[in-house]
Design a protein around this ligand. Structure first.
Ligand SMILES: [Zn+2]
Length: 91
């Protein structure tokens, strides 16, 4: 597998170049967004302050709940965020 973080750094650096056309910049931005979702991110870990309904489940006050960087709730140990596709890291 190629090094995703290294590839992202190269593309971000290339975006700063004034010599590339808008179409290539657009393609680079889309590629950065897509590739970034393949690099696992830790969900934010919160404690429910009140009873909260997420999907069809009710989490009671004091339960641990998790959110993705897109601000949507994710299930514990979900491999991906079902809202934005971000790969999640749980260790
Ligand atoms: Zn997400």
């Amino acid at each position: 597998m190629e090094d995703y973080k290294y590839s992202l750094d190269i593309m971000r650096q290339e975006l700063k170049s004034k010599w590339i056309c808008p179409e290539i910049k657009y393609a680079l931005k889309a590629s950065i967004e897509a590739l970034g979702k393949q690099i696992p991110q830790r969900p934010t870990h919160l404690t429910a302050k009140n009873d909260i309904k997420i999907g069809s489940f009710i989490f009671h006050k004091g339960c641990k709940i998790y959110s993705c960087k897109c601000k949507e709730w994710v299930g514990y140990k979900d491999p991906f965020c079902k809202h934005c596709g971000q790969k999640l890291k749980w260790d």
